[in-house]
Design a binder for this molecule. Structure first.
Ligand SMILES: [Fe+2]
Length: 305
């Protein structure tokens, strides 16, 4: 039997991202929500891989113990000094900012598996061409969060140029429920043990395609609207101080001026046609970067790429 796995999924334990003076949560989805979403999309295995954080993955794994139709694997997308590396089947947190080699050693010492996420992504920190120097088990050749025609094509080209070296991985990199289900890894068997065997025997197949741009817009709107709802809930006294959600804790500690600024900024961001202009501006910027990189590559080779 052939089964599906999503080896790269985020929750609201993934922290925040900064854009100039603005700061957004990476995700507003709970670990349980992401596990249920993976089940809805027919995944036999889901790996929770928050940014340099493992608490959400352990919470998801505990939730998964009560479910018969899915296995939950504890993972982490670790920021290294050389770019991001994913560790799967981990027992404990791996600290960020070590070198890629040190991080992979730490993953292995825990009995884990090391994967390069989106190795040629150009707007997130990735290992790039160093991927061929590292002792990895797998590389993502289809990353669902990268709609540009550079990242996944470069990874596929690198994978094909090194036959038999790595397991081929397709993963959603979903930060929301909207962007899951478009990309996955197929493997023989069922459940986490068979997935692990398939990665180690390099028999996996990357499937699907990146999530469409409109789903990325849905994710950003969800982040903004949920952030606003939590601020209003705080004012109404409906946020539980004992809730271990990092978003709840951040909202409870947000100074009043920042709460007001977030509400005003959020309302502006959600007003049409601003979300559409935002999506258009982001995709235009990405397309321009890809064109520039292709032109640079063409110049170095002496022909048009
Ligand atoms: Fe990621």
């Amino acid at each position: 039997m052939i089964s599906k796995a999503d080896t790269h999924v985020h929750t609201y334990y993934s922290g925040t991202t900064n854009y100039k003076i603005l700061r957004f949560p990476e995700s507003v989805a709970s670990p349980e929500t992401q596990v249920d979403c993976a089940r809805k999309h027919g995944m036999s295995v889901v790996c929770i891989t928050d940014h340099s954080e493992i608490k959400g993955a352990f919470r998801a794994e505990r939730y998964g113990r009560g479910l018969k139709d899915i296995d939950v694997v504890v993972g982490e997308e670790v920021m290294t000094s050389d770019g991001e590396i994913i560790g799967l089947w981990l027992n404990e947190f791996i600290r960020p900012n070590m070198t890629a080699e040190e991080t992979i050693d730490e993953i292995r010492s825990q009995g884990g598996i090391a994967i390069a996420p989106h190795p040629f992504g150009f707007y997130v920190r990735c290992v790039g061409h160093k991927v061929t120097e590292l002792d990895l088990d797998g590389i993502e050749t289809i990353n669902g969060g990268h709609v540009d025609e550079w990242t996944n094509n470069m990874a596929k080209g690198c994978f094909r140029s090194n036959p038999g070296r790595w397991a081929e991985i397709g993963a959603s990199d979903a930060h929301s429920t909207y962007t899951m289900g478009y990309t996955w890894t197929e493997f023989s068997g069922e459940g986490e043990d068979d997935l692990r065997k398939a990665i180690l025997s390099k028999s996996t197949v990357a499937c699907g395609r990146p999530a469409p741009v409109f789903t990325q817009s849905q994710w950003s709107l969800q982040v903004v609207l949920d952030g606003m709802r939590m601020i209003v809930d705080r004012w109404r006294g409906k946020l539980d101080p004992n809730d271990d959600s990092p978003l709840v804790q951040k909202t409870l500690n947000l100074p009043p001026t920042k709460q007001l600024a977030a509400l005003i900024g959020g309302a502006i961001y959600c007003t049409p046609p601003i979300p559409f202009i935002g999506a258009w501006a982001a995709t235009t910027w990405i397309d321009r970067q890809v064109k520039r990189m292709k032109a640079d590559m063409g110049k170095s080779y002496g022909y048009k790429v």
